[in-house]
Design a protein around this ligand. Structure first.
Ligand SMILES: [Ca+2]
Length: 128
């Protein structure tokens, strides 16, 4: 019975995060700023690449936007690296709508200052 409960809970969690990823452009294809080419950051709103980590600034801004991709959220630079959330997620003109194809690929992580070891990210507490 406990296994069934755990499995059900796990499915609910996974579907919840999957739902959030579909609410931002390229939500399933955000590059891992610590990984190699092709590595994906699965939980974009979290400070770790798992749902166990705290919420990062992009996650807070996404929550403030009622978990919706808005022009305000798109034009924000949540991680302070000088690149807007829209530019990092492949929607530089902030035109993306749910279920549509983004203008381009995700080129960065909107919640983690990149490049991680650069001078402009020296104030960030994030470490790979
Ligand atoms: Ca940024």
């Amino acid at each position: 019975m406990l296994k069934l409960f755990s499995l059900t809970l796990c499915v609910i969690c996974v579907s919840g995060f999957s739902r959030y990823r579909k609410r931002i452009p390229n939500g399933n294809r955000v590059p891992d700023p610590c990984g190699g080419e092709g590595d994906i950051w699965s939980h974009v709103g979290h400070i770790e690449n798992s749902r166990k980590g705290d919420i990062n600034q992009f996650g807070k801004d996404f929550s403030d936007a009622d978990h919706t991709w808005t022009t305000v959220l798109c034009e924000l630079d949540s991680d302070g690296d000088g690149v807007t959330n829209g530019e990092e997620l492949g929607d530089p003109r902030c035109e993306w709508e749910k279920r549509s194809k983004p203008a381009g690929p995700a080129t960065g992580h909107p919640g983690i200052c990149e490049p991680v070891s650069s001078d402009k990210c020296a104030g960030s507490s994030f470490v790979c």
